[in-house]
Design a binder for this molecule. Structure first.
Ligand SMILES: *[C@@H]1O[C@H](CO)[C@@H](O)[C@H](O)[C@H]1NC(C)=O
Ligand SMILES: *[C@@H]1O[C@H](CO)[C@@H](O)[C@H](O)[C@H]1NC(C)=O
Ligand SMILES: *[C@@H]1O[C@H](CO)[C@@H](O)[C@H](O)[C@H]1NC(C)=O
Length: 272
């Protein structure tokens, strides 16, 4: 418990005070340490966000690159394990004494995520990535049977919040979190994610930020959404094109631009 509080404090301190170029930097380097080979695509100074910065234009349905239908198995083999609980559910029980972890990844302003076509695989170093290379077509907003991170990362770049839950997470907690997210903002996606830990099987992710939880703390969830939603580098409410596995479309909450986040919820209690 103490360790978690310390971790939480450390992330807050590192977010506010530390910068990667501080001499005393003991954390991870972004995107690579000074002596490491940099394999990242070169960032260009061009003004055309779509083509120059990402390599491949976003949102263009093109069967030779990404039409949201062809070669989807490169990102996900359709395995049941990704959305079904095959583990011991009692390991995933919500615990009030397990504190949420709020972590931040420092993303330099000059960083531009690359778009890769469906003929090339994309790997991620983090279990819960908060930025990175992704597919040109982003996900239609809403709840999914399963949505690969290659898609939801693109939504985060547009200011969305992704809700992830382990398929074995407690159903009641999952439902509480789902209803909070759905009543906070239109720009959300919800999907199971079997790589979350049994200790914290619930997560919210926005561009550069993640919140991992054992049990839903509504005030923490609302605070996270209010602070970190709509902050991606390319803010647009334009809906995505990819809808494989979509169960339910997102509904507008305040308006399409989510001008008021979480308008009717306060600490999880619906206000009249
Ligand atoms: C993948 O397809 C795109 C668009 O058709 C092309 O520009 C790119 O070179 C291809 N990549 C590989 C590794 O074949
Ligand atoms: C599906 O689950 C397997 C096994 O945990 C994992 O290796 C794989 O990355 C998951 N796929 C996706 C798209 O998350
Ligand atoms: C599931 O995990 C709990 C807690 O660790 C343990 O007591 C129980 O025996 C396990 N059940 C099975 C079927 O493995």
């Amino acid at each position: 418990m103490l360790k978690n509080i310390v971790m939480l404090c450390m992330t807050i301190v590192s977010a506010k005070a530390q910068r990667p170029y501080d001499e005393a930097w003991h954390r991870r380097w972004f995107p690579h340490s000074p002596n490491e080979l940099d394999n990242n695509p070169v960032v260009s100074d061009g003004k055309n966000l779509n083509d120059v910065h990402h390599g491949i234009a976003m949102g263009v349905v093109d069967s030779s690159c990404d039409d949201g239908k062809t070669n989807l198995q490169i990102d996900w083999y359709n395995n049941e394990e990704n959305y079904t609980c095959f583990e011991n559910k009692s390991l995933f029980l919500p615990r009030a004494n397990v504190h949420p972890i709020d972590s931040v990844e420092h993303i330099p302003e000059a960083y531009n995520a690359q778009h890769k076509c469906m003929n090339e695989s994309i790997t991620y170093n983090e279990i819960i990535p908060t930025f990175g290379t992704h597919r040109p077509l982003w996900a239609v907003y809403g709840e999914y049977i399963f949505l690969p991170r290659h898609r939801w990362l693109h939504n985060l770049e547009h200011g969305a919040v992704a809700m992830l839950y382990h398929p074995c997470a407690n159903k009641n907690e999952v439902n509480i979190l789902k209803s909070l997210v759905k009543s906070c903002l239109y720009r959300h996606v919800i999907t199971p994610y079997n790589m979350l830990s049994s200790t914290r099987p619930l997560a919210l992710v926005s561009w550069g930020h993640r919140l991992e939880m054992s049990k839903v703390a509504p005030a923490v969830v609302i605070d996270f959404i209010k602070k970190h939603a709509l902050r991606g580098p390319e803010r647009t409410h334009k809906n995505g094109q990819y809808d494989y596995g979509l169960k339910e479309n997102a509904q507008p909450v305040s308006d399409m631009d989510d001008q008021i986040l979480c308008p009717k919820v306060s600490g999880g209690i619906e206000m009249k």
